[in-house]
Write a protein that binds this ligand. Structure first.
Ligand SMILES: Cc1ncc(COP(=O)(O)O)c(C=O)c1O
Length: 407
């Protein structure tokens, strides 16, 4: 893949072509190892199993960002090298095409938190109106509603999510049954952050819509981790983080506002055009001067993903997750919080340690350059740069620390 295919005007000398596609079928391990070696900066000694917190930008993305910054500093273009007052129509159209929504329903933000806060702050709600959440929301998925509760007297209720869940039907039923007479908004993660459980979003949103309840999906983990078409989710609002699973540099978010909801959401960070409704979703990108290089990097990440083939990427990361699950399941000293039904997870698999003391595990993981989140409920992520050997190194360390086995 030539550098120009990722949107670069000139070759940086650092961006290598993708390997022959045939290698992916004849020798998938060799293909993905080559991708890691050629397309990422990750050194041989690093095992990175925490993509769920923040992904790794590949070489073409770093090159696109760097090149943009260089050109911005040289003022080679007549356009301001910024975003925050611009509508970025071409970029939004390309991203919307990939995510399965209309350009006018999509705004770029800095992260999922910003999109979530925009929705939580921007909906008209009055005292006594209820927002229904799960008990597994990320702090960013709760904070905006909690502030509204303190400021405006809305009430919050959390639906307990079992871990591991039995199946999708159980999850849908729990959420739908919890909708009460005062529920105005259902706000939940499409992929649950601590456990990686994929929620039956469409079923829940359809049921909520039939009851006149607005739906917000915290999709921080969805875009890039699992196949996704936003318009098919059936939700009213969605916030995502391309910097987790879509190879974007840190500082990239998306906010989807279903067309019919565009005019009823109030933007929170405002400048001129804050009430220029014909701008549609672009109204929510008028946030003041911002670094355009991150957007350029995000688009390079999208093109990188498209060049690899999103189906191939999903197949690889899901296969690694299934191997991860099997490695955990083979160890009676561990418990698994993710569902045994692999359709209920994408790449994230969460394990527990049955109360074992873990200080030594985290210390040794650091020493051996195995990057994990370090929590007694440990969410392990696999992306295309993850090697099977990284998972094996982690589990043999677990055996060493918990069972005293030498690897
Ligand atoms: C479910 C969920 N929502 C929101 C966030 C916040 O994402 P960001 O840091 O991109 O704002 C995260 C981050 O891990 C998350 O897991």
């Amino acid at each position: 893949m030539a550098a120009s295919m990722f949107g670069l005007a000139r070759a940086t000398g650092e961006v290598k072509p993708l390997p022959e596609a045939g290698l992916r079928t004849t020798d998938p391990e060799a293909y993905w190892l080559k991708i890691r070696k050629d397309q990422f900066f990750l050194p041989e000694w690093r095992a990175f199993l925490n993509n769920g917190s923040l992904g790794v930008a590949p070489r073409p993305v770093v090159a696109a960002v760097t090149e943009f910054l260089e050109n911005a500093a040289a003022l080679t273009s007549d356009e301001y090298p910024r975003w925050g007052y611009e509508t970025l129509d071409a970029e939004r159209a390309e991203m919307a095409g990939f995510l399965g929504c209309k350009k006018d329903e999509l705004a770029f933000t800095h992260c999922a938190t910003e999109g979530i806060s925009t929705v939580a702050m921007g909906l008209d709600l009055k005292a006594g109106d209820e927002v229904l959440l799960t008990d597994h929301e990320h702090p960013s998925g709760k904070a905006g509603w909690q502030q509204r509760a303190q400021r405006h007297g809305i009430t919050l209720r959390e639906v307990p999510i079992p871990h591991p869940p039995r199946d999708s039907a159980q999850l849908a039923e729990l959420m739908i049954k919890a909708i009460g007479p005062k529920t105005r908004v259902l706000s939940f993660s499409g992929i649950i952050s601590p456990t990686g459980v994929v929620m039956p979003v469409r079923e829940i949103c359809d049921a909520a819509r039939a009851r006149g309840v607005v739906t917000f999906v915290d999709g921080a983990h969805m875009n890039g981790q699992i196949p996704l078409q936003l318009s098919e989710l059936g939700c009213d609002y969605f916030a995502g983080s391309p910097h987790k699973w879509m190879f974007a540099p840190a500082g990239c978010g998306i906010l989807y506002i279903r067309e019919e909801n565009l005019d009823r959401l109030w933007p929170s960070i405002v400048t001129g055009d804050w009430d220029n409704k014909p701008l549609k979703a672009a109204r929510f990108m008028k946030v003041g001067t911002n670094n355009r290089a991150t957007i350029v990097g995000m688009m390079a990440g999208l093109r990188f993903l498209k060049a690899l083939g999103p189906d191939n990427v999903y197949a690889r990361i899901h296969d690694l997750a299934r191997r991860n699950y099997a490695m955990a399941a083979a160890r009676p000293h561990l418990e698994i919080l993710s569902s045994a039904d692999h359709r209920l997870y994408g790449s994230l698999v969460t394990i527990g340690f049955k109360g074992a003391k873990l200080d030594d595990l985290w210390k040794k993981a650091r020493e051996r350059k195995i990057w994990v989140y370090g929590s007694p409920q440990l969410r392990l992520s696999t992306h295309i740069h993850t090697r099977v050997a990284d998972l094996e190194a982690f589990y043999s360390l677990v055996d060493e620390v918990l069972l005293g086995k030498k690897g």
